[in-house]
Design a protein around this ligand. Structure first.
Ligand code: ADP
Ligand code: ZN
Ligand code: ZN
Length: 729
């Protein structure tokens, strides 16, 4: 018998080993082993047992030892991870590595076992007397244990080389080793804060979800902003816990949604494990262990939390399911939202996709299965939907990108005691530094992109690669004074402070909210009314509850109206609706002003007339007509190289290789240079494979990728495949 093992390398295959010397016949898929790999020793995950190998027996090496006494994953999760490596055509070793906390990748034990050293009867009776007078190290160690320090982790700092001393004391029969496992707290349903009285629509949604416990079902909870989706999740989770099962909640970015985690911990006694990128390795492993043991009743996490093992899965929730951050854009490019559905199916549990602005993929699914759509068309409590209107930038005077009617509205809302939110999708001071004399503008030396002016740090920065340069007050070619053109958040902040010097203002973007906890404190200040004006980027669209905000101004809706990316309009509509949803969430009614140079644009017209539903209706029709997703499936082959021709040569060869496979329904579009061809000094190109369904695409990739690996041109480029890509560049 041989072992097919996944090892964290970029090769799209498993590696065969003979069983280790300590093999006792009991090995199951999902257990880790130490294996020799070249001259190194690596952690691998057993994927399958095999009868034979392509390698000659003489070349097969034996695995060194088994790490885990039992598999790391239950069968369903193991199957999901393995399946996703196939679906996304990513090397299985990298996929399993991505699914594990860093410390498990490096061989740490999966079980949280604490070693304790206790005195034996002999040790208790004879104590130090049993040790010779010269055994000073042993005496010190024994004294520590006698004084009550028994945990190995604490004893480690008593003397140098502690384990040697402990072994010696044990050999002399004075102490013995005990393993302590953490106590498992069963999930409890006892709520702290009491649940709200549900509206009839919320009640229907809740009953539908809880009625499907124990079966696989994909629900779309489509509720307008402020309709009480979170309340539905909370009550569904309460019932999930009451059944003794766990809930997994995926959210876009925990750092950006501190209020959400607060609401969960205010509601439940059940221990909550959070999983996100701000945690260190030990915290991550702890959360993983608590979820796997069942100690944590609720697991809340970002994208990668979809791979967290659960002792008793009962419910999966994907909040803000439309958010692009659920798609991993580097390395193993998976969609956590799509995997949530695949996982729920394997566990036979319901999954709830919640959003005020569902992705067109999810809407199309709900149309095919109308009984899975749960609508919350009204706001909860007394709040009314905000009134939306357009401001035509062609016919109104502006001060640094802010129109006169917008300024007037701000004045009125501030006078009546409301808060005002200004949204602009661009951080920094200005997107361009320009020389009016000779036409020079500041470019990134490594990308096809302009440098953004940052006033606060007095720098020019590339938002694509992070390159920074000192600010250039004089033109480097003609030495005349330069001029920042256009607006970003910093400039809006500066302008508004001049116009409304009395109104306290905060700027909320990635530059100003760098420090941990800063966003949390700022949001608290906003909701304590210490702030009157908020200026910010997309961070402000992320589901925050601002009860005092009565006016939202979208300063520039036009980026995205004419993009070549077929998803740009969907993204824009989602952002406008989400940011508008911050207005009027409590007693005071809200108003939304959208500045545009294209007030007749159909996207804006539909959004204003019929809201997101009307937009989505039309957008779905357009997608169907043009054969774009969700009415087609895509896979994007990307390549990059230091010379522009190199990447294109590889893609041309890839195109030919695909044509030779002649899979009829797959169309190949390209190759073409990426819309921003040069990034970080690399020239990038892409080839899009388009098919009416996933099946033919899968057949193509199964045959195509091994051919690509063998192409001579492949050695000179970095290439990757992106299945169901979100970004087409
Ligand atoms: P969403 O998640 O859809 O944006 P939330 O769950 O945050 O909405 O609810 C918005 C506001 O309405 C919150 O302040 C919440 O406490 C309140 N709310 C939710 N459901 C109800 C209800 N049934 N009755 C009264 N208030 C509610
Ligand atoms: Zn110049
Ligand atoms: Zn750059």
């Amino acid at each position: 018998m041989l072992l097919g093992i996944a090892i964290d390398t970029p090769l799209r295959r498993l590696f065969d080993y003979r069983p280790p010397a300590d093999y006792d016949g009991k090995l199951e898929p999902g257990q880790r082993l130490w294996v020799p790999f070249g001259r190194r020793r690596l952690v691998g995950v057993l994927i399958e047992k095999r009868a034979q190998s392509d390698l000659p027996a003489s070349k097969l090496r034996a695995a060194e030892s088994v790490i885990d006494p039992v598999p790391l994953f239950d069968r369903e999760l193991f199957d999901l991870i393995r399946w996703s490596a196939g679906y996304y055509h990513h090397p299985p070793g990298e996929v399993f590595a991505a699914a594990l906390p860093t410390l498990l990748r490096s061989g740490q034990p999966a079980e949280a076992v604490e070693i304790e050293w206790r005195l034996t009867d002999v040790g208790r009776n004879e104590g130090a007397a049993a040790l010779g007078s010269r055994a000073q190290r042993l005496r010190t160690m024994l004294a520590a244990i006698m004084s009550g320090t028994t945990r190995e982790s604490a004893l480690a700092s008593v003397i140098a080389r502690p384990s040697e001393a402990l072994r010696e004391l044990a050999k002399r029969g004075l102490i013995e080793r005990h393993e302590i496992r953490p106590e498992i707290v069963a999930p409890t349903d006892s709520a702290l804060e009491s649940a709200l009285e549900l509206t009839p629509e919320q009640r229907v949604a809740l009953d539908s979800i809880t009625g499907s416990f124990g079966t696989f079902k994909t629900w779309l909870l489509h509720g307008v902003t402020g309709s009480g989706k979170t309340e539905v999740y909370l009550q569904a989770i309460a019932q999930c816990l009451a059944r003794g099962t766990q809930a997994l909640v995926l959210v876009p970015e925990i750092a950006l949604t501190p209020q959400l985690v607060q609401r969960f911990s205010a509601r439940f006694h059940a221990p909550i494990a959070t999983v996100h990128s701000g945690m260190n390795d030990t915290e991550r492993l702890d959360a993983w262990r608590n979820a796997r043991s069942g100690a944590a009743g609720i697991v809340i996490g970002t994208r990668s939390a979809i791979f967290t093992p659960l002792a008793k899965p009962g419910l999966i929730v994907v909040d803000e399911e439309h958010d692009p951050s659920f798609k991993q854009q580097e390395g193993f490019r998976y969609s956590a939202r799509d995997l949530a559905i695949a996982r729920a199916q394997r566990h036979s549990v319901p999954v709830v996709l919640g959003s005020a602005t569902p992705s067109l993929e999810t809407l199309a699914r709900a149309r095919r299965e109308p009984q899975t759509l749960l609508s919350l068309p009204r706001r909860a409590g007394n709040a009314e939907p905000p009134r939306m209107s357009l401001i035509d930038l062609r016919h109104n005077a502006q001060t640094q990108g802010i129109s006169t009617p917008a300024l007037q509205a701000m004045r009125e809302h501030l006078e009546r005691g409301g808060q005002v939110l200004l949204f602009i999708n661009r951080r920094g001071y200005a997107p361009v530094l320009f020389c009016p004399n000779c036409g020079w503008s500041a470019q990134c030396p490594r990308c096809d992109a302009r440098l953004t002016v940052h006033r606060r740090t007095h720098e020019l920065a590339c938002h694509h690669c992070g390159t920074q340069q000192p600010y250039a007050a004089k033109c480097p070619t003609c030495s005349q004074p330069t001029k920042p053109v256009g607006q970003g958040t910093e400039r809006i902040e500066e302008t508004i402070q001049q116009i409304f010097p009395q109104a306290p203002l905060v700027r909320i973007d990635r530059d100003s909210m760098r420090r941990r906890g800063e966003l949390e404190t700022t949001l608290d200040r906003v909701n304590r009314a210490e702030v009157k004006i908020l200026v910010g980027t997309q961070i402000l669209t992320k589901g925050h509850h601002f009860p005092l905000v009565t006016l939202v101004v979208v300063l520039n809706a036009d980026q995205g109206l004419f993009s070549s990316d077929f998803r740009a309009s969907e993204r824009l509509a989602q952002i406008i609706v989400q940011v508008s949803g911050r207005a009027g969430r409590a007693e005071r009614p809200g108003q939304v002003l959208i500045q545009t140079e294209y007030p007749k644009h159909p996207l804006l017209a539909r959004l204003l007339d019929g809201g997101y539903d009307a937009f989505a209706e039309a957008a779905l029709r357009e997608r169907e007509h043009a054969h774009w997703p969700p009415y087609a499936r895509l896979a994007l082959l990307r390549a990059e190289a230091p010379q522009p021709a190199t990447a294109m040569r590889f893609l041309d060869a890839a195109h030919q290789a695909a044509e030779a496979l002649s899979i009829r329904t797959v169309r190949l579009l390209g190759p073409a240079p990426a819309p921003m061809e040069r990034r970080l000094g690399q020239y990038r190109g892409q080839l899009l494979a388009h098919a009416p369904a996933h099946g033919p695409l899968q057949r193509l990739m199964d045959a195509w990728l091994p051919k690509l690996e063998a192409l001579p041109e492949a050695k000179r480029v970095r290439w990757s495949i992106d299945v169901d890509p979100l970004e087409l560049f």
